[in-house]
Design a protein around this ligand. Sequence first.
Ligand code: HT9
Ligand code: FE2
Length: 364
Amino acid sequence: MAVRNNGGVAPSSDPAPAGRREALLVLGFGGPEGHDDVMPFLLNVTRGRGIPPERLEAVAEHYHHFGGVSPINEQNKALISALEADLATAGVDMPVYWGNRNWAPYVEDAWRQMAEDGIEHAYVLATSAYASFSGCRQYHEDVARARVALESDPTGPAGPTAEKLPHYFDAPGFVQANADALAAAIASLPAELRDGARLVATAHSIPNAMAAVAGPQGGAYEAELTAAAQAVVDAAAPGRSFDLVWQSRSGPPSVPWLEPDVNDHLRALAESGEQAVVVFPVGFISDHLEVIWDLDNEAEETAGELGLAFARAATAGTHPAFITSLRELLEERRAGGEPRLGTNCPAYCCFVQRPSARPAAAAT
Ligand SMILES: CC1=C(CCC(=O)O)c2cc3nc(cc4[nH]c(cc5[nH]c(cc1n2)c(C)c5CCC(=O)O)c(CCC(=O)O)c4C)C(CCC(=O)O)=C3C
Ligand SMILES: [Fe+2]
């Protein structure tokens, strides 16, 4: 298929040309830095998406509870520092930039900075490991928007070409980081509960319609999550079964999203006589607000009411094995070869018909 949804990004199967000035761009979700940022941020996230105002008010409260500051920005900075250190150790001489979809520093700002610095090509590391509109296609669109914003200004530099790195749900270091965290969470339970505790993987719920078109054949969000959770359990607790359930649903109740919700699942587990659960949020790469609020607050409270012992595994964060795997993804792309899914997505991949997201951010 010749037409691609990757926003003018042209992944090549040739190795990176020698001497080309390259950068790694960490492309994140973005998050507010104070109370006044919260509503404008939420409006950026949900523009044109039909998210009910009550849901926005409720989510705003979660942020206000933490001073209006999402932990996600510090986590992305930590990710960047770890990547810089790892690249230096591995002898890869490449600067790392940071841009976000929904809040400053915006991807447009990062693109302008790369252009001014003479960067000719950017490898884009999105902070999602999986296929879906929100986790893959929309990051391609973010890159396309940033490139268009720069190229349409005839007075400035055109900025770098770019390619997004592939999905990394199955990268060995991502699996190992999650497996180490799952093992530690199991070990944190009282000894007599560890072997019988139910293992529960979670990921962000998405509309059923979005899940149906994820990946070239559809269903890739659930398929990749199932594969990742299985690999994590195989490494941390071989032979044990697990459940994959969903968290952080939004949208109007009339629109079906992936179910069951983690809280409903905990109720069902308690009813069937389970005594302990270990929740591992394999769908996310850092302990951002949706993890610390929806799991450490809500799900843990639900478990407490049900008398279920509860432990929550950490996300991959800056686990050294995860960082190494990310660098290897980068090196794999630089070496050339057939681009994998997430880099090279067919035009229809993860496509959902919806009003466009925020307009291009004003450069700051
Ligand atoms: C698949 C997926 C990921 C994982 C992939 C990825 O990383 O991209 C993800 C990550 C995140 N989602 C986040 C926050 C929010 N997501 C929202 C809304 C939505 N997410 C969706 C899906 C996903 N979301 C969807 C289908 C919606 C409905 C509106 C829409 O179609 O876009 C809303 C609006 C209010 C609400 O409805 O909850 C907020 C505030 C944060 C930041 C947390 C922090 O600040 O620390 C992160 C990392
Ligand atoms: Fe989200």
